[in-house]
Design a protein around this ligand. Structure first.
Ligand code: IPE
Ligand code: IPE
Ligand code: MG
Length: 233
């Protein structure tokens, strides 16, 4: 089958905790394995010619988890980039992020900002990590920014969908074509509410640490068979 490669794939990487529990390991072991899988899937997307991959790594709601788990998740970017930044860089992958970094420890912020800086001239896959990201907050912040623009200009500035989208954290990224959620949950969990308007959805029971390149290709095959109408015929 000739694959229709989505320009932008967004993944809700769910099921790390259950993956670990099934193996009698602590939830953090699942998160570690999950982080390693980001590297694999990013390299696979890059090889397939996907332009952008957005991975939901930490939501604005995930702060509700036990302190020890939150602490581990906050440290994960350091572990991840320490191990893989060089490889990502060599693969021409450009790292970006969505979300507000200010709530993270300084070291975590630095590590993410360094990864962005060191890969900013790369022209391959955009690997965008959603960290401390929540879409309702993103949309609310966009509305606030728009209101500030109006105040500055002293009148109600004309607004259209493209202009509103430019206030969102995904500004400049291609439209999301395909959204994949692993581990069986059938919900969006505050991810890219605006951007998923016409994305194709694939839900798989496979836990994120077990989601392989083969599974990714299967998802793209299913996407290729979908008939996207965008409201037309
Ligand atoms: C996804 O795995 C990773 C994050 C939300 C940080 P979970 O930690 O949600 O794993 P489950 O859903 O409890 O199995
Ligand atoms: C969504 O997973 C957030 C991330 C994958 C980062 P959750 O595990 O937090 O979602 P819910 O709580 O099951 O909706
Ligand atoms: Mg979960």
């Amino acid at each position: 089958m000739e694959l229709n490669i989505p320009k932008h794939i967004a993944i809700i990487m769910d099921g790390n905790g259950r993956w670990a529990k099934k193996r009698g390991m602590p939830r953090t072991a699942g998160h570690k394995q999950g982080a390693e899988n980001i590297r694999k899937i990013a390299i696979a997307c890059n090889e397939l010619g996907v332009q952008a991959l957005t991975c939901y790594a930490f939501s604005t709601e995930n702060w509700k988890r036990p302190e020890s788990e939150v602490e581990y998740l906050c440290k994960l970017p350091k572990l991840f980039f320490h191990r893989y930044l060089e490889e990502l860089r060599k693969n021409n992958i450009k790292v970006t992020f969505l979300g507000e970094l200010d709530r993270f420890p300084k070291e975590t912020r630095n590590v993410i900002e360094t990864a962005v800086e060191k890969t900013k001239d790369n022209t391959g896959l955009i690997l965008c990590l959603a960290v401390n990201y929540g879409s309702r907050r993103e949309i609310m912040l966009a509305a606030q920014q728009y209101a500030s623009t109006c105040l500055e200009q002293g009148n109600v500035v004309d607004l259209d969908e493209d202009m509103f989208a430019s206030y969102l954290m995904t500004n400049g990224m291609p439209e999301v074509d395909l959204m994949i959620r692993t581990s069986g949950e059938l919900r969006i969990s505050n991810f890219l509410l605006w951007q998923l308007a016409y994305a194709e959805f694939i839900f798989t029971p496979i836990a994120w640490p077990d989601f392989t390149k083969e599974e990714l290709v299967k998802a793209i095959e299913e996407y290729t068979l979908r008939h996207r109408r965008f409201g037309g015929l």
